[in-house]
Structure formats: structure tokens, C-alpha cells
Design a protein around this ligand. Structure first.
Ligand code: GDP
Ligand code: MG
Length: 381
């Protein structure tokens, strides 16, 4: 069931749900306590019992909660503070077409021996350096299995990915998940770079892939379209540099990638887990502002003070600027992939936001899109 119920309202105004069922019955409306009701019904009921009832979405409710703690989700960056940031890239495509292999190859060709002795950790995202036109540039890759973060963040309406690499195996061609990936990216307005993979395999037919993808609106530049195609072998490391160049060129041509590093930090939780020795470890991607060691943060219902920030090579960082993925240590519990993280004014505010979210979720019992919130006081009866 979706939408607000009499039970939700009962909990909010601290009366029994049965009572509300009875009141509604006397008004000529039959409803059970757990049935979703429309706004008009709540309005009539509210008039009868002396409450001004407003239905708001869970998002609006959260926005209002954050405002109480001086966090404005709609705060806009100051134009003069905007600085360019690296593109955030997701690799998509049909199963077995080589997504994981490509992410590994890109990562390996860029591994800089860490102080920790070259032991790199998979944290769900990594950043690499690429030289384009003699300029050192960076690209952030999301490396989460099944690209849950992509989907989770999209569901929240906060897009995380700037450019999608669509991997299509040249010996297999366009397959169902290839089409799915195209639909995802196009729905989110994310530009696509096509990596035609496995060109080392007998029977590879990159031209056929080009022809097939044209039907989905991905027309290669060489056919007069505006999609960059690069033939690669993730296995042999062929043309990886060309692919990365194509990603940067596509980003430069279609996107304005800038962020304000001076703002209060915020971004997305890419993945999170409980580590035996270190407690909750959350990989976050900073989208605005600069995240620093010592910041009090809240991510969904998790909160805590940043004890350490680690990059993908296990190195400690003092701070993380926009598009930088970092593993955050110091949260008291494990957030959910897709959760927005925010910096609060202090530990207490972070804890209170988390606790209020927890409480309102409990009140809603099940994950529902809409909840009843009573905003006004009881009228004189
Ligand atoms: P994913 O399901 O898209 O993540 O695909 P994987 O990266 O796991 O690759 C599936 C299989 O294809 C693995 O056995 C890879 O080693 C192999 N593979 C990936 N890229 C290439 C390539 O460029 N050439 C060849 N010959 N095999 C590849
Ligand atoms: Mg894989």
C-alpha cells in the first residue's frame, strides 16, 4: 500500500487508529486503519477532529527536518567559487561483455604504489589520472557491482554519473542488458561512450556493433553522429588510453562539470559495509564542498565524526574535494548505498538528524512514499 493511512495519522497525533476509523465512519466514509486514503479524505477528517492535516512526501519532510538544523538542500553554489571537477563515470553493459575486466585494466594501468605497500583496497570507486592535450586530468570511476549506486541515486533524483561507458562485446553484439543500459543512461540524460570490447577475439565484428547501436540512437561520429566509439580489448589493454580520451572529450563537449569546494560538503554514499577492525566503512563521493577529517556527518540514518578519509590506495587524506571518492571511517552505523551524506554543524546535530529520521521511518512502518504530517496545532474545540 502506498500513501498515508489512519494509522500514520493516529501515531502522529497520538490517538488510537480505531478512534479515527469511527470518526470517519460517522462522516460516511468506510476505511480500515491501514488503508491508504487521499488528501481530500484527510482534509474532511481533519476539520472534524480539529487538525489541519497536510500530506507531504517523505522527501519534503526530510528537507524540513534538515532546515531545522540549518542545512539547506537547495543551497546554490556561488558562481565565482565554481571550479572544474573530474567527470564521474559508470561502466555499463551486458553480462560477460567485460565491464569488470575493463574497470580492473583501467585501475591497474593507473595504480600508484601506495605508502601502505601497494595494497589497494576496493572501495567501490576510484580516481585515475589521464593526460589529454598535455594536461593532467582526472576521471572518477564507480566500481560497484551491478551499479547499485547508479540506480539508487537515480531513484532519489540525484544523478551521480556524468558519463556512461557502454561496453559491448564485439563477438556478441547488442544484447538485452545492453539495451537496458542504454535506456537507463538516456533516461538520466547521461552521455554515452561506446567501448566495443574483445576485439582480440576471433569472430569479433566491431562494425556490426556500430550498425546495431545506430538503431538505438547511438550513431558513431564516423557515420556523422555524435557518439564516440572506441574499439578495445580490456584483456590485452588495447586502446584504453583512447577510450579515456573519448570519455574526457565527451564530458567536455556535453557537460559543465563544476562544483563549489567552499560549500558545506555533500554527496552520495556509493557503498558501505561493516569492517571487523574499523567499524562502519562508507565510500562516499563528494559532489559539492570539501569533506574533512573531523567533520560531523550524517548519511541516511547513520551519523558520526569523520575519523579518517582513505583513498582507493589506502592512503590517508585530510580532505576530499568534488568528484573525489573516499572511504569514510567514524560512522556509528552503516548507511545504505545511495544515501545522501551531509555535513552537520556539530556531532549533536548529526546525531539528532539521524535519530529523527530513524523515528519517522519507524512511524511509517513500511517504506512508503507519503506520510501524514500534522503541521498545525489543535484548534480550540
Ligand atoms: P562483466 O560481466 O561485464 O563484468 O564481464 P567480465 O569482465 O567478468 O568478463 C567476462 C569474461 O570475458 C571474462 O572471462 C573476461 O576475462 C573476458 N574478457 C573481458 N574482456 C575481454 C577482452 O577484451 N578479450 C577477451 N578475449 N576476453 C575478455
Ligand atoms: Mg562484472
Amino acid at each position: 500500500p502506498q500513501g498515508a493511512t489512519l494509522s500514520d495519522l493516529a501515531e502522529k497525533i497520538n490517538v488510537s487508529a480505531a478512534n479515527l476509523v469511527t470518526v470517519l465512519f460517522h462522516l460516511g466514509e468506510m476505511a480500515t486503519a491501514t488503508q491508504s486514503l487521499d488528501a481530500a479524505t484527510f482534509e474532511i477528517l481533519g476539520e472534524e477532529i480539529g487538525w489541519n492535516i497536510k500530506i507531504v512526501s517523505a522527501e519534503e519532510e526530510d528537507r524540513a527536518l534538515l532546515q531545522q538544523f540549518d542545512i539547506d538542500l537547495d543551497a546554490e553554489a556561488d558562481e565565482e567559487n565554481l571550479e572544474s571537477r573530474p567527470p564521474v563515470v559508470t561502466v555499463m553493459g551486458h553480462v560477460d561483455h567485460g565491464k569488470t575486466r575493463l574497470l580492473d585494466t583501467i585501475r591497474q594501468t593507473n595504480v600508484i604504489k601506495s605508502e601502505a605497500g601497494g595494497i589497494t583496497q576496493r572501495i567501490g570507486a576510484y580516481q585515475i589520472h589521464v593526460t589529454l592535450n598535455d594536461i593532467d586530468r582526472r576521471i572518477t570511476f564507480l566500481d560497484t557491482p551491478g551499479h547499485e549506486a547508479f540506480t539508487a541515486m537515480r531513484a532519489r533524483g540525484a544523478e551521480l554519473t556524468d558519463v556512461a561507458i557502454l561496453v559491448v562485446a564485439a563477438d556478441d553484439g547488442v544484447m538485452p542488458q545492453t539495451v537496458e543500459a542504454i535506456n537507463h543512461a538516456q533516461a538520466a540524460n547521461v552521455p554515452i561512450v561506446v567501448a566495443v570490447n574483445k576485439i582480440d577475439v576471433d569472430g569479433a565484428n566491431p562494425e556490426k556493433v556500430r550498425g546495431q547501436l545506430t538503431e538505438f540512437g547511438l550513431v558513431p561520429e564516423e557515420y556523422g553522429g555524435d557518439t564516440m566509439f572506441v574499439d578495445i580489448s580490456a584483456k590485452q589493454g588495447t586502446n584504453i588510453d583512447k577510450l579515456l580520451e573519448a570519455v574526457l572529450l565527451t564530458a567536455d563537449a556535453t557537460l559543465d562539470l563544476r562544483a563549489d569546494p567552499t560549500m558545506s560538503a555533500r554527496g552520495a554514499t556509493v557503498e558501505a559495509r561493516l569492517d571487523k577492525g574499523r567499524g562502519a566503512v562508507a565510500t562516499v563521493l563528494v559532489q559539492q564542498g570539501t569533506l574533512r577529517v573531523g567533520d560531523s556527518i550524517v548519511a541516511g540514518k547513520a551519523y558520526g565524526r569523520v575519523r579518517a578519509l582513505l583513498d582507493e590506495n589506502g592512503n590517508n587524506l585530510d580532505e576530499a574535494t568534488p568528484s573525489r571518492p573516499v572511504a569514510v571511517l567514524g560512522l556509528t552505523s552503516v548507511p545504505t548505498a545511495g544515501d545522501l551524506f551531509l555535513v552537520a554543524s556539530d556531532d549533536r546535530a548529526a546525531r539528532q538528524i539521524a535519530e529523527k529520521r530513524e523515528a519517522s521511518e519507524r512511524a511509517a512502518q513500511l517504506a512508503r512514499r507519503h506520510k501524514v504530517v500534522s503541521l498545525e496545532n489543535l484548534k480550540e474545540q
